[in-house]
Design a protein around this ligand. Sequence first.
Ligand code: CTP
Ligand code: CA
Length: 228
Amino acid sequence: LVAFFQPKALLGKRVLVTAGPTFEAIDPVRGITNLSSGKMGFAIARAAREAGAEVTLVAGPVDLPTPRGVARIDVRSAQQMHDAVLPRAVRHDVFVATAAVADWRPATLSEHKIKKDGKKLAPSFELTENPDILAAVAALPERPYCVGFAAESENLLAHARAKLQRKRVPLIVGNLGPATFGRDDNALLLVDEQGQRELPEGGSTADKLSLARQLVREIAARIAAGSA
Ligand code: CTP
Ligand code: CA
């Protein structure tokens, strides 16, 4: 009802969101993943839809309901997420990368379950780096307005600022994980070239949906102002 009375800040805009963890298979029954719940990304997809946008949500393995009116694409690995996002990115006005993409995957996938019988030593795995989806989208000639996330356990501001530059995106949203992973409340730090700002203001926390709505308003204001 609240959303009903708000001006549709993203009417006519197309928003692409990644959310959740990725899962990198080791063998048919095992893999590497992380504790991202996907809640923040799903909340942003919902808030963007409420704001009038056409929303595509590319989700890693999470057990969350699809927000109403949102087109959802389920993927498992970072490579699959990359392959779902890249061809679609140019057709969108905004890209919000909330996914906790696994940085590495096992270099080889074992066709069969790795068995312990007979082995004297525990197996070791060689890892290879996954593609950086956000950096790849930000490097497109006709790129959407790109928003990155940075979940850090320390030095939030410094790490967020480094990511802003390394990934060449106009806005990084920092949060202090893993303390907030899976929780319903969070606090965000918006970091851009000009400076930084807390959401909510004043060092408190808010539920992820109200944070998502505030962030969507912020993004709408930035694209209306024509910043890139
Ligand atoms: N990201 C991505 N693809 C990757 C890794 C990260 O799209 N392979 C995106 C995330 O969705 C997030 C932002 O990049 O929006 C920052 O992710 P993060 O893991 O914090 O940064 P990394 O560059 O991977 O650095 P590190 O994990 O070492 O802090
Ligand atoms: Ca990472």
